[in-house]
Structures are given as structure tokens and as C-alpha cells.
Design a protein around this ligand. Sequence first.
Ligand code: PPS
Length: 317
Amino acid sequence: MELMEDFSRPPLVPVKGIPLIKYFAEAIGPLQNLTVWPDDLLISTYPKSGTTWMSEILDMIYQDGKLEKCRRAPIYARVPFLEFRCPGVPSGLESLEETPAPRLIKTHLPLSLLPQSLLDQKIKVIYVARNPKDVAVSYYNFYNMAKVHPDPGTWESFLENFMDGKVSYGSWFQHVKEWWGLTHTHPVLYLFYEDMKEHPEILSILQNPKREIKKVLEFLGRSLPEETVDFIVYHTSFKKMKENPMTNYTTIPSEIMDHGVSPFMRKGTTGDWKNTFTVAQNERFDAHYAKTMKGCNLKFRCICKCICICILGIKAS
Ligand code: PPS
């Protein structure tokens, strides 16, 4: 892979009012001519919501749990990133052209920037949403390590920008709401990172996405033997994916992603925001959340828990 230029953290570029990474903004025009295939499957998320995790689960399902087949290439080559563009690296569109059917496609685009053909042809979508406080913390660390982003500045200022939708891909609030709205008219399976983390029986911190994987299988109209599902659960655990070079993004040159600053597979937990938010930031965020999400019936379990924790006092822990 030959790198052509210094990434120099270019400022975000607005496209139809949505701020985007400069290189991705340049990809939006050509993307509008995308030819979709009826068996394409779109994995849509706001950044840092569990995209890579869901991508690996889906590729394992598509490969009938055959690990060696999932090791054929890094995750970004197996699941092309629709709007990806970066000097010296194949674009999302180029990767997509090399991918045989049935294709898995990753996007973070809001609906206003999505190629219309994906909506017109009612391509199946799996959407994963995550508690916005954990998203904000994960995104801040990602901005620091992935140099296609502008400098994030201090955590304090990044959080303000996040709440105002002045980060790449715009407002988290708008994103989760509009894709939720799409579930009424399109084949969208809307899942939550927290449900994937939660052990179904004992509500413990143990990771067990089995119940959610079964929802995915049903949505796809596929079935797999129980032991294959267990195998997928095991191989898509945070620990296994963190040590797997085909999923942990260490194959990306450090000029683009510097894992020394913060690894891509960072913590993989729920509630990590409590280690970063101050009490004041948490209160401000909760007030903003209540105002912005008013009238929306989407429920993020951690938000309520956080409010309770906050009422109980002492820092947000
Ligand atoms: S990206 O760059 O937007 O596509 O990132 P994305 O994959 O959506 O999100 C990265 C966060 O997901 C965590 N992650 C996981 N958590 C649990 N289990 C598994 N298997 C897993 N794989 C990735 C990853 O660690 C990032 O979260 P943080 O909180 O930063 O650790």
C-alpha cells in the first residue's frame, strides 16, 4: 500500500449541511450512481456504535462460521465501507466492485447522503445504535488516533461539538432518530450495542450477543446449527477480535491510524463514559438528550441508568 500524502488532519467539509471527513465528502458525488444488487445488505451505524463487531458477525454468518474464510482479508476489504476514500488506499466503491454477491456494505451516512438506489430498492439494513455517551468517548479517542479527522481539541470542546452535531457525520441524535423512522417503511433490523453486550439470562457484564445473532439470522432468513452460533459468539468476542489482525485494524498504516495513541479495539464495554464525563458534563448531556430526543420512542437503557446514578451522586460513577 503506497501512501501518497500527509494526512494533515484536514478540516471537515459540509455536504448538504452534514460535516464529513474531507476525503469522504469527495466520495459522495460519485456514490450517487451506485448500482445496488437485490441481495446487498447494508450495515448502518453512527460511528463507534459496533459496526466492526456486527460486520464480523455477519461475515461469519455468510461464511457458515468457517473461520479460515473470514481470515481471507481485513474486515474493511470483506465489508466495503461505502463512502470510504483516502489517498493511496482503494475506495469503498472500488472495493465494492471487487466484492462478489451477496455483498455486505458498511456505511455511517445519514439518510440525506445515502445513494437513493439503496432506498429505492429497499435493500435490507441492519442498524446498530449505542449509548451516545459511550459513542462520544469512543469517537474522541478515535479522532485522536485516526488522522483523517481534524484535531479533536480538548475532551470538553469535543463533547460540545458532539452535542451540536459538529463532528464528522453530524448529529448522533438526528442519525439514530431518522434510521429508527426508516424501520416503519423499509426492511431495517434495529439493534443496540448494549443488548449485544448483555448476557441474556443474568444481566451480567458478560458478553453474549447470541440472542441478537439469532435476531439477525431470522431477519436474513438463514439458519445455522446451534454450535455454529456459539462458535460465532466466541470468535466475535471483544478479546478475540482485538487479537485478530483481520478485525483490529492494525493492517492500516500508522500514518492513517495510530494505535499507539489509542487502539481501534479500545475497551469494548458499556458505561466507559463514566471514566471521562464530569458530573457537570453528564448533567448537561442528559438535559440536551431529554430536549433533543423528546417525543421519540427510542430507548437507550444506559441513559436511564446514568440518570439514576447521577441522582445518587458523587461523580458519574
Ligand atoms: S467505526 O470506526 O465507526 O466503524 O467503529 P465501530 O466498529 O462502529 O465501533 C468501535 C467500537 O466498538 C468496539 N468493539 C467491540 N465491542 C465489543 N465487542 C466487540 N467484539 C467489539 N468490536 C469492536 C470498539 O472497541 C470501539 O469501542 P470503544 O468504546 O472505543 O472500545
